[in-house]
Design a protein around this ligand. Structure first.
Ligand code: ADP
Ligand code: MG
Ligand code: MG
Length: 881
């Protein structure tokens, strides 16, 4: 007999640990029910049902439908109400809820179960006609938008027309008759768009709504959000069906959202917003400006007291800051949602430290609570305090998401994207944002909205993205149609530069200078904990003393990749390099290369001085030579003259360097195989630099020399011999006993496949996962951006493999190379120096396969340190279990 799958759970049957199956919202509704909080009852249809829906070609199969119907009956028994009943009708909400919260990304429908007959019953029984018709018109609006995809704007237009006709500005000023008329118009609109009558059977409405929520998992904005937040498509969403609590029944009703701590600063204390006589999204949609949660104490003293107790219970239960939704119906409190609240990086650090100090969390747990990626915002420049003091703000909104942003004003998400694509920095200025704006919000430096509070869509999403946001600057008079706004009698047009401060909410004209961020206070404390727990080393990729200094400040333990080609672009240097390229004999090439030694040696010395004894891996010249050749006629003429040759000859040589596929052309160690004198020059510069700095500063630097783009051990051996011969010669000349190490970058699949052989000659491997990804996928990393979007759309790849290490393919090569390398040379030093070195999930992978260190760009060093600590802590927990 086949086991029957259970696709539906009542809130009483679930709990917080069932998040994978019930989604975050469902699992927490169940948990709240079980700890005795007032939750309108209902049931959850599992994420597995969603997966099945997609497997079955976007259909809800009979088995699942049967289980849903069974639970509807149960729900009717629990609530004593019935779907479509004319005595005591049941109205429900149908809510999406994925494993990881995706605020505003998917759809919810409220007041389902209404039809012409039921609405009359409600109106009569409640003696509240306005409420009944308000519910009905909202339902038609949401159902049409979500289920039938009619489009919100048609309905909003009808509401606006109605308000104009009545000479009012707010929805709540419309009376029962107006709302009744609106409901009629809405249904007409529905019929004209869809071609059939609006459905009247509540069960039919319900199946339609459930289907729509499943379908919304695949909507474009949800797909973008998932990619940004590393949420796999395969997870699916659960659907919650819950009986309604009504916040729109009059002035002794209302709805609110609140956090147990300030999501922007982390400060302990109730924080949130409340709106009387309102429902659902009204608070966050910014239609009316809500009141502060504290004001609720006066209007609803009992419900407020209850709510404060609920907050305390929930924080202690979850041991984390909670983000809650609730409704008050005739003075009684109902809890509709709780989750660990999204927070800014700053708030995350403060909350983690406070929870440790309050004895609620261990240091390990605190380290695990912080999203490494979010640290990014703290590492970006902040406004220069002096400059701020000297500048008068032109206006002020709410500091909804901290950060400093300057840019040109744009008025739509599309423009933000288009301008950003042209490398313009923009500030997106909107009346309010909606989920459709997400890609535009991402493209902007910062977001400024006219309406909406601290929990508005713009605020929540910006905080999630770590982007600067100032919301609710009501003084702004918008004129979107003409792409301008007015603030304090001055007009600002598209393209004008403004600066916004997401901490204070201040808005400035022009560009305010910024200063670098520092690690101090709670940030410093958490990073100390992280360093205590991690076992993986963290180095940086840096080519200049300035970057090196910054990276060390941010906690780097050395340089994992110093690219030497960047050191040659200075005019004088490139001129010598060009002569070397044009030269025809070894002697001439050596002569010109020797001119470069003092420069290169100077660079290395400066780097070593900054490193104060920390290690540095130096990669030898990597790019094809044609990247250095002169592009213009005068440049060629100058070069020809200084070498005593003709422009024609210079041109000829330059043309001969043309390659059809430069990425796979004459580059990397291939340069040193054809021109060993390049490797000689670099060795002399490096070894002499190290010897001198050791003497001058009393250090014992051991240079790490990295030969790039090796695919065959003999190729490495050939270059290595050149390096060793030169190095030994210098040691003799200088009477030095300096030690040095020679290793290679593993970035060609063949190198990974023959790593066991290569390790015979290489003392260390550094995985160059940028090239390794490029060559394993066969994608050029400069061109992949053009076609990857189609791959995302068709779910062939969900992530950019250049940003997040492809653990399945590329990772397999890395893992294999690690194992084979260790077999040959058990003490081999192993690192990664691709962009992936700063990506949290890739860092976790590096930890799990036993790398010695990761190396990433300076600003990602703290992210890597935290991610490495989390990986170690998680691995420890797994071992114990
Ligand atoms: P989201 O995940 O976008 O927050 P929700 O499913 O939480 O969507 O619902 C949207 C809004 O509707 C929220 O404000 C929520 O509190 C409200 N809501 C949902 N279900 C009910 C219900 N049964 N009774 C009253 N309000 C509800
Ligand atoms: Mg919600
Ligand atoms: Mg490379």
């Amino acid at each position: 007999m086949q086991l029957i799958m259970k696709y539906v759970y009542s809130f009483k049957e679930g709990n917080a640990n069932m998040r994978e199956l019930l989604g975050g919202k469902g699992a927490n509704l169940a948990e709240m029910t079980n700890i005795g909080l007032p939750v309108p009852q209902g049931f959850t249809i599992t994420t597995e049902a969603c997966t099945k829906y997609y497997e079955d070609g976007r259909e809800i199969n009979q088995e699942i439908q049967d289980q849903i119907n069974e639970y509807i009956v149960k729900m009717e028994e629990v609530t004593g109400k019935k779907f479509g009943d004319i005595e005591n009708p049941l109205l429900v909400s149908v809510r999406s809820g994925a494993r990881a919260s995706m605020p505003g990304m998917m759809d919810t429908i409220l007041n389902l179960g209404l039809n012409e007959e039921v609405v009359e019953v409600l109106a009569k029984k409640s003696n509240n006609e306005r409420w009944a018709w308000d519910c009905y018109r909202r339902f038609i609006q949401m159902y049409s938008d979500v289920v039938m995809e009619v489009g919100k704007k048609y309905f909003e237009e009808l509401i606006d027309q109605m308000k104009n006709k009545k000479g009012v500005t707010q929805d709540i000023e419309l009376d029962a008759n107006d709302l009744k008329e609106l409901a009629r118009q809405f249904k007409e609109e529905y019929k004209s768009k869809i071609g059939t009558d609006f459905p009247t059977d509540p069960k039919e409405q319900l199946m339609g709504a459930i289907k729509a929520v499943f379908r919304s998992w695949d909507n474009p904005r949800a797909n973008v959000y998932r990619r940004d937040n590393d949420i796999p498509y395969s997870w699916g969403t659960a659907v919650n069906v819950q009986s309604m609590a009504f916040g729109n029944m009059g002035d002794d009703c209302g709805t609110g959202v609140a956090f147990t701590r300030d999501p922007a600063t982390g400060e302990k204390g109730l924080f949130g917003e409340f709106l009387t006589n309102a429902q659902g999204e009204d608070v966050v949609a910014g239609v009316r400006t809500p009141m502060k949660i504290a004001e609720m104490a006066e209007k609803f003293p009992e419900a407020f007291e209850d709510f404060k107790n609920v907050c305390k219970t929930l924080e202690e239960h979850y041991r984390d800051m909670q983000d809650m939704e609730f409704t008050v119906e005739h003075g009684k409190l109902y809890m509709l949602q709780t989750r660990n609240g999204k927070r800014t990086a700053q708030a995350a650090l403060k909350i983690a430290c406070d929870l440790v100090d309050e004895g609620m969390r261990t240091e390990e747990e605190a380290v695990l609570m912080i999203e490494p990626r979010n640290l990014d915002t703290l590492l970006h420049p902040q406004f220069d305090q002096e400059a701020l003091k000297a500048t008068e703000p032109i206006g002020r909104g709410l500091g909804a998401s901290p950060g400093a942003a300057c840019g040109k004003v744009v008025f739509s998400a599309e423009d933000a994207e288009a301008w950003a694509a042209k490398k313009e920095k923009v500030i997106l200025v909107r009346l309010e944002t909606s989920p459709e704006d997400i890609t535009g919000m991402k493209a902007a430096q910062g977001i400024l909205t006219v309406r909406g509070g601290m929990t508005s869509h713009a605020a929540v999403v910006a905080r999630g993205m770590g982007e600067c946001c100032v919301s609710g600057c009501g003084e702004i008079v918008m004129d979107e149609a003409n792409k301008k706004f007015t603030l304090k009698d001055k007009e600002y047009h598209e393209g004008d530069i403004i600066s916004i401060d997401g901490t204070t909410g201040n808005i400035y004209e022009g560009e305010i200078p910024t200063v670098d961020a520092v690690i101090a206070g709670e940030f410093g404390r958490v990073m100390e904990w992280a360093d205590k727990f991690r076992t993986l080393g963290v180095r940086t990729n840096a080519d200049t003393p300035r970057d090196t200094k910054k990276a060390i400040e941010l906690g780097a333990e050395g340089i994992g990749l110093c690219r030497t080609e960047h050191m040659f672009f200075d005019p004088e240097r490139v001129f010598n390099l060009r002569k070397m390229i044009i030269a025809e004999t070894v002697e001439d090439r050596e002569k010109y290369l020797n001119n470069l030694i003092p420069y290169q040696k100077g660079d290395f010395k400066a780097m070593y001085k900054e490193l104060k004894g920390l290690p540095m891996t130096v990669r030898y010249l990597d790019p094809p030579l044609h990247e250095f050749i002169p592009k213009t006629e005068p440049e060629m003429a100058e070069l020809a003259e200084s070498m005593g040759t003709t422009v024609e000859h210079v041109k000829e040589v330059c043309d001969s360097l043309h390659e059809f596929n430069p990425m796979m052309g004459h580059r990397g160690c291939r340069l040193a195989v054809t021109y060993p004198e390049i490797a000689k020059m670099q060795t002399r510069a490096l070894i002499e630099a190290a010897i001198e700095v050791n003497e001058e500063d009393g250090l014992s630097i051991e240079p790490e020399i990295m030969i790039p783009l090796v695919g065959e051990v003999k190729e490495l051996k050939f270059v290595k011999d050149v390096v060793v011969e030169t190095a030994e010669l210098i040691k003799k000349e200088r009477n030095s006993t300096i030690k040095y190490h020679i290793g290679t970058m593993i970035e060609i699949p063949r190198a990974a496949l023959t790593a066991g052989e290569i390790a015979k000659e290489a003392e260390f491997f550094s995985f160059g996962t940028n090239d390794l990804t490029q060559m394993t996928f066969g994608f050029s990393r400069d061109d992949a951006g053009k076609f990857l979007p189609s791959y995302y759309e068709h779910k062939i790849y969900e992530q950019d493999p250049f940003a997040k290490l492809d653990q399945i393919g590329v990772g397999k090569l890395v893992k294999m190379a690690v194992e084979d390398g260790k077999k040959t040379r058990p003490d081999i030093h192993l690192g990664i120096c691709g962009e992936h070195g700063g990506d949290p999930s890739s860092v976790e992978f590096c930890n799990s396969i036993g790398l010695t260190y990761v190396s990433c760009s300076p600003f990602r060093v703290p992210i890597a340190r935290l991610a490495a600590a989390q990986a170690a802590i998680k691995a420890g927990i797994e071992k114990k279990n």
